[in-house]
Design a protein around this ligand. Structure first.
Ligand SMILES: [Zn+2]
Length: 89
């Protein structure tokens, strides 16, 4: 087991955009993530996961894919595993 391995996340677009979490910061209201796109060069983007989203009874949190949104698509989501959102926090 290595903490150095980046877990890749995909959005539900076809073909999917791929991301990795490069930074996590917990605050009172949730966890602030910094996401790096893996399948193409793209500016990093921050994404906030609320404590309420983390408390819901599912393994994954679905967030709008910012690359898709930038391209005018709104029906897709990045599937983030809660375990990875909170890894090391
Ligand atoms: Zn996407």
């Amino acid at each position: 087991m290595s903490a150095e391995v980046e877990t890749a996340f995909e959005c539900t677009n076809e073909p999917p955009h791929r991301f990795a979490i490069v930074e996590r910061m917990r605050n009172r209201d949730g966890v602030l993530l910094t996401l790096k796109r893996l399948d193409a060069p793209y500016p990093k983007r921050e994404m906030f996961i609320t404590g309420r989203e983390l408390k819901m009874g599912y393994d994954n949190v679905y967030k709008a894919c910012f690359v898709c949104v930038d391209q005018g698509r709104k029906e897709t989501a990045i599937v983030l595993a809660k375990a990875d959102i909170q890894a090391g926090l």
